[in-house]
Design a protein around this ligand. Structure first.
Ligand SMILES: NC(=O)c1ccc[n+]([C@@H]2O[C@H](COP(=O)([O-])OP(=O)(O)OC[C@H]3O[C@@H](n4cnc5c(N)ncnc54)[C@H](OP(=O)(O)O)[C@@H]3O)[C@@H](O)[C@H]2O)c1
Length: 354
């Protein structure tokens, strides 16, 4: 079968570079075009990019000339993955969708639009069904905020045991989540923790409710879970870790008595997601790696399980305030960003949407 031709917008950034790595030798997607700002356009990718990955820049991408982010330069592509700054993503992504392309976005601009699916592929690929009601060939699908992506996977697994009505989460978020330009200055983060990430707590508190929400009865929009039904409280911190967001979560079930600790662990251990059953090439073997060691997960040791496409959950125990508490680790630029986009594209191909 011919591969689906794809482009990456914002290709020089933190998320863009991860797309380049994940698309190398991809079995069904072929990278043919790259876009970035006027600072980079016209240069070979290898000259435009400040490559920050521990794996070498793939040859296939190095020689591609970076284009302006205009659909006229992406006519070979069926899909574009966007790792654009939110300042520019709104207009650019809309223009690509209007030109008939499938746009899979990492920016925040359209995440709250009820006509745009906000998808963490390990959790809510069912929301992609609203694309069937669209009137034009092009469309936008959003990935969640990177810290929300890790949180919702265990919450979805646990919601099989009954509704959840309260979640409290404290994050320790990696530096790559802040992007490269300008990113977090080394003098600000070495020997330090920064207890503020602008807009992040609001994103986690809202996006969790949309991702765990449902398709409306007419099949055209996504209905969030009302804030009165699930209270989410987030506290977000930046720490001196390169990749991998660690989150300490406490949660409560709505019904009394709550499930037992063994039931909670079993629900996490056996959780399966749609990209696995659909045979998506990048689907993780385990959507959740349930770790029993008392000091795991840890970013450096566990973020690359299933190449960053799965999440790790550990320290599952009873919580004296709510019902249960645990620690979740997710790779912020893989399942929290680029990998999520790729898994969404793979899933849409299996559903004949692209
Ligand atoms: N990093 C993460 O873990 C993560 C996770 C989830 C979502 N996100 C979201 O993903 C997006 C990208 O984040 P990032 O961390 O990769 O940021 P970044 O490292 O700062 O990269 C931004 C990219 O946008 C391009 N760009 C900036 N201004 C532009 C313009 N006027 N026209 C065209 N391209 C322009 C840059 O190109 P030049 O190099 O040419 O300037 C660069 O390729 C953001 O919306 C962010 O919120 C990030």
């Amino acid at each position: 079968m011919a591969k689906t031709k794809v482009g990456v917008l914002g290709a020089t950034g933190s998320v863009g570079q991860r797309f380049i790595l994940l698309l190398k030798d991809h079995p069904t997607l072929e990278l043919v075009a790259l876009g970035a700002s006027s600072r980079s356009a016209g240069k070979k990718y290898s000259e435009a990019v400040n490559w920050q990955q521990t794996t070498l820049l793939p040859d296939e991408a190095a020689d591609i000339t970076v284009s302006p982010c205009d659909p006229s330069y992406f006519t070979d592509c069926k899909v574009v993955f966007s790792g654009l700054d939110a300042d520019v993503a709104g207009d650019v992504e809309k223009a690509f969708a209007e030109a008939g392309l499938a746009v899979i976005s990492n920016a925040k601009n359209y995440r709250r639009d009820p006509h745009v699916p906000l998808v963490v592929p390990l959790v809510n690929t069912d929301h992609l069904s609203i694309l069937k009601s669209r009137k034009t060939p092009g469309f936008i699908v959003c990935n969640s905020n990177c810290s929300t992506a890790g949180l919702v996977v265990p919450l979805k697994a646990l919601s099989a045991l009954g509704p959840i009505d309260a979640v409290s989460v404290t994050t320790m978020q990696a530096l790559s989540g802040a992007g490269f330009s300008p990113g977090v200055p080394s003098m600000a983060i070495l020997d330090n923790v920064i207890p503020f990430i602008g807009g992040e707590e609001e994103k986690m508190e809202y996006e969790t409710r949309k991702i765990l929400g449902s398709v409306s009865a007419d099949g055209t929009t996504i209905a969030d879970i009302p804030a009165s039904d699930i209270k989410v409280s987030a506290q977000c911190n930046r720490v001196a870790v390169t990749d991998g967001h660690l989150e300490c979560v406490s949660m409560r079930f709505a019904h009394r008595p709550p499930p037992t600790l063994e039931q909670v662990k079993e629900a996490l251990r056996t959780y399966e997601c749609a990209p696995q059953s659909a045979g998506c090439p990048s689907a993780p073997k385990h959507a959740i790696h349930l770790l029993e060691q008392p000091d795991r997960p840890q970013p450096r040791l566990d973020r690359d399980r299933d190449a960053g496409y799965g999440v790790s959950v550990g320290r599952v125990r009873e919580d004296p305030l709510l019902d249960y508490k645990f620690v979740v680790l997710s790779h912020n630029t893989v399942i929290g960003a680029a990998g999520s986009g790729i898994l969404i594209a793979e899933y849409l191909i299996t559903q004949n949407v692209i």
